[in-house]
Design a protein around this ligand. Structure first.
Ligand code: PMV
Length: 320
């Protein structure tokens, strides 16, 4: 009745933004991501019939904020008549700040919850269950380069390349600590309902996915960078043009983009991407990581830097 799983966050290069079914948390578009290696969330789930309610601790402190979403995820994984659970989460990076902590949390929770409940779930079932917790979570089940595709009624994830097939590095520039002002679900709905650019975003996504997939399979860094930056800026344009506008960036976010542009001007193989938060992720070839890290560290407003290679997908930890 107890299991532990570990999962890494993933960074989308072709973004998921918008839902086609809010109740089932189904994305409106496919997406492509890279799974990180050095940032992690570990989730231990212990079902205990003597507990009156689910309990959650995050990094050794009791936490109520995430509990309703985690409990609902366990209901889907183990059934609503399940015993209550003791959930113990450990995370080595800032939570809810645009660093995909929900992706690694729900991937690890789904895997640990299924194992603790003795449920022999297929890969597609795990993807569907993780995706209902957080749209991007299904991608953290797999390592390296991952594509999430919409099927008729659900989602599917598949590997495009493994982490060792094209070992890129990701330098994350933290420009602001603490949780983001608007959650991604709310912001996606504001975009869908009010942004004049939302429809063209949905219509054009298949061609961005094709371009990125081709660049990844051909290990074409410049092409991948060009389509990833374009897709990221398009996603943020939708938000900026919404009513009310959703602007996750701060002044340091913009300065980091300028740093990346300067590096590119010097011939450094690097591109940026930004998710629903103010942090900038600079993706580069491994040999450029030190230079990218140093340049971002010197950028005014950057408060911390985390560098990671690409990692494997979520996995159970042996408890013996
Ligand atoms: O999984 P969610 O609901 O936190 O949404 C994630 C959305 C983005 O991070 C902005 C893009 C993506 O594909 O990860």
């Amino acid at each position: 009745m107890q299991a532990t799983a570990i999962a890494q966050p993933n960074i989308a290069l072709i973004k998921y933004w918008g839902k086609r079914d809010v109740a089932r948390n189904l994305p409106a578009v496919g997406s492509i991501s890279i799974t990180l290696r050095d940032l992690y969330t570990r989730m231990q789930v212990e079902f205990d019939a003597t507990l009156a309610a689910d309990e959650l601790t995050v990094n050794d402190a009791p936490d109520q904020r995430m509990l309703p979403r985690l409990s609902a995820c366990l209901d889907r994984v183990a059934g609503e008549r399940r015993s209550r659970a003791r959930i113990t989460s450990t995370c080595n990076f800032p939570i809810a700040a645009g660093l995909a902590s929900s992706a690694s949390s729900f991937a690890a929770l789904t895997m640990a919850g299924a194992a603790a409940a003795g449920r022999d779930a297929s890969a597609d079932e795990l993807a569907s269950l993780a995706g209902q917790g957080s749209g991007s979570a299904a991608r953290s089940l797999l390592g390296g380069f991952v594509e999430l595709a919409n099927t008729d009624d659900d989602i599917q994830v598949r590997n495009l390349l493994g982490p060792a097939d094209w070992p890129l590095a990701v330098v994350v520039a933290i420009t602001q600590a603490g949780p983001k002002p608007v959650g991604s679900t709310e912001a996606m709905e504001i975009s869908r309902e009010t942004s004049p650019f939302y429809k063209s975003w949905i219509d054009d996504q298949p061609q961005d996915l094709d371009a990125a997939r081709t660049a990844i399979l051909g290990r074409d860094f410049d092409r991948l960078g060009a389509i990833a930056e374009h897709n990221c800026l398009k996603m943020h344009s939708i938000m900026w043009a919404s009513r009310p506008p959703v602007v996750y960036w701060n002044a340091a976010t913009m300065r980091c983009l300028q740093t990346v542009r300067h590096l590119q001007g010097d011939g450094v193989p690097v591109f940026f991407t930004i998710d629903a938060g103010p942090q900038v992720k600079a993706v580069c070839l491994p040999e450029a990581a030190d230079r990218v890290e140093a340049a971002l560290r010197e950028t005014p407003g950057v408060i911390d830097i985390m560098t990671s290679g690409l990692g494997t997908g979520a996995r159970l930890e042996d408890e013996s």
